[in-house]
Design a binder for this molecule. Structure first.
Ligand code: CA
Length: 516
């Protein structure tokens, strides 16, 4: 062989490897997910509460989805839907505590790994079983801690000094720098924040001191006209947030405050803490975007920002999620991929957490298993004409009786209407016209003027249940198979003496956490 060939051949090999790693058909994916981040706490979504410059940058460089919804608004179950592309009744992870994720089933990270991608998950996992399908994992145990958190790195528990969101950002950046540069990759960078107990970084602890946030119109909702499904939960800022926090010396309610004044004070306290947590998440997004720029990866990497579901920021007087009402149903979804997505684009059609797996598989050229139930978002992301996109979505929440006492319910949401059925220990329907009543305060379920609309929605609900393999009968079967949304000894804080029974509250807290 002539001498020059000996030189050319290794050079060609290197070139081939370089091309392979930057193959536009095999883009990298950075999936950044926070926990309980409401759209209303992102300025790109028009928040009047906070500025989130890094998330706004991502939106201005990519596509923002206005109607992204989750199919079961609770942490672990939403994550299981994302990984499997299947509804909860099929992936088996219905509720956070009394079911766990079966890691032996097919997930999209496993398929990426088999296709030669390097896969990693850093931060919150919260599926009750060890991550499978990841070459590298370094995750918080369970909910994890905000301050000086433990991480389980490939099975080994290591305590880190510092603040969880900042540590997860650092670990993600470090992984990007040290990954196997010959392979395309999928990185899950998943934050605990801004989940309760809303503990901010020392950097932002006093950031919103003295700031007064605009109150939501429904802060003093009295649930008139709605069913018991809405009125009996333990979700109110006052008193349930108080019950959750009063013993931690975190809630210095000024003496003598009562009634609406107290609720107002609590709302401001809650927003200061929650939004301070969001500032760190926004910084973490910025750190990852800067690192992609620095490593020259921005053009061939799909960056996704989302949350496992939405959150109530005082709407209906509530905090937390679970309900099919807009604030908890809605998830932020922002996607950037320069070669394919027009900067600053906005999509209003209905998309679901159920769609994420098939979207990523589509972009990587990996065949999606036929039993995944979502749909690739690629044509929407690339602004291609789509003849038939979904006009409605199906929702099903199971975690009852359990934390916050939100009854089991399922329902359908279209572009304009929403129909909800609470089916467990009450039989109640609610229906809303989101065009005329975006706050969802006028229940039209029994309004004769809307009887036709209700009939159509009931038909659509049945159609969607059949399509996804769910049914009223299966819902009842799940009640019998999994009678407890949380641990069997779980009890309502509302049943305790509201502000006096410290020992009773501590005991209930322990029982509710599954401790003996
Ligand atoms: Ca969550």
């Amino acid at each position: 062989m002539p001498k020059e060939y000996l030189l050319i051949f290794p050079a060609l090999l290197l070139l081939a490897q370089a091309l392979h790693a930057e193959d536009p058909k095999r883009p990298n994916i950075v999936f950044i997910m926070s926990d309980d981040h409401a759209n209303n706490a992102i300025s790109a979504y028009g928040s009047n509460l906070i500025q989130t410059p890094h998330l706004d940058r991502l939106a201005s460089e990519g596509m923002l989805f206005n109607n992204a919804f989750c199919t079961n608004s609770i942490c672990g179950p939403s994550r299981a839907v994302i990984l499997t592309g299947k509804y909860s009744h099929l992936n088996g992870f219905l509720v956070n505590e009394t079911t766990r994720f079966d890691g032996s089933q097919t997930t999209f990270p496993k398929l990426f790994q088999q296709a030669g991608y390097e896969t990693a998950v850093i931060g919150k996992w919260h599926l009750g079983t060890e991550p499978i399908g990841f070459d590298y994992w370094d995750v918080l145990p369970g909910q994890g801690s905000y301050y000086d958190p433990d991480f389980i790195k490939m099975g080994e528990t290591i305590t880190h000094e510092g603040y969880a969101t900042e540590i997860i950002a650092e670990k993600s950046v470090e992984w990007l720098r040290n990954r196997d540069a010959d392979k395309p990759f999928v990185l899950f960078s998943q934050h605990k924040a801004p989940h309760s107990d809303f503990s901010p970084s020392p950097k932002y602890r006093n950031h919103f001191d003295g700031h007064t946030f605009l109150e939501p119109e429904t802060l003093f909702d009295d649930y008139e006209g709605r069913s018991e499904g809405a009125s009996v939960s333990d979700m109110r800022i006052d008193p349930h947030l108080v019950l959750q926090y009063q013993w931690d010396e975190k809630l210095p309610i000024p003496e003598g405050l009562t009634g609406k004044d107290r609720t107002r004070w609590l709302y401001q306290w809650y927003m200061r803490r929650y939004l301070a947590c969001v500032l760190s998440v926004d910084d973490a997004v910025g750190a990852v975007l800067d690192t992609l720029d620095e490593l020259g990866l921005a053009d061939n990497t799909i960056v996704v920002y989302t949350s496992d579901q939405g959150f109530f920021l005082g709407e209906h007087g509530w905090y937390d999620k679970r309900y099919m009402y807009e604030e908890s149903l809605r998830m932020p979804l922002i996607v950037r991929y320069p070669p394919a997505i027009k900067p600053g684009s906005i999509e209003d059609r209905i998309v679901l957490n159920l769609d994420y797996a098939q979207t990523f598989l589509d972009y990587a050229g990996i065949a999606a298993p036929g039993d995944m139930q979502g749909r690739s978002l690629r044509p929407l992301l690339e602004s291609e004409p789509v003849a038939l996109w979904r006009r409605s979505m199906y929702y099903h929440f199971y975690e009852y009786p359990g934390w916050h006492y939100v009854k089991r319910h399922y329902g359908v949401r279209t572009d304009r209407f929403k129909l909800i059925r609470y089916y467990h220990d009450i039989e109640a329907w609610e229906m809303y016209d989101l065009e005329t009543d975006p706050n969802e305060v006028s229940n039209l379920a029994d309004d004769p003027a809307y009887a036709d609309v209700r009939a159509e929605l009931e038909t659509e609900l049945a159609r969607l249940q059949a399509q996804y393999g769910d049914s009223p009968e299966l819902a009842q079967e799940m009640v019998e198979r999994y009678p407890h949304g949380s641990y069997p000894e779980w009890e309502r804080y509302s049943d305790l003496a509201p502000y006096g029974d410290l020992e009773g509250w501590r005991a209930a807290q322990k029982r509710n956490s599954g401790e003996n």
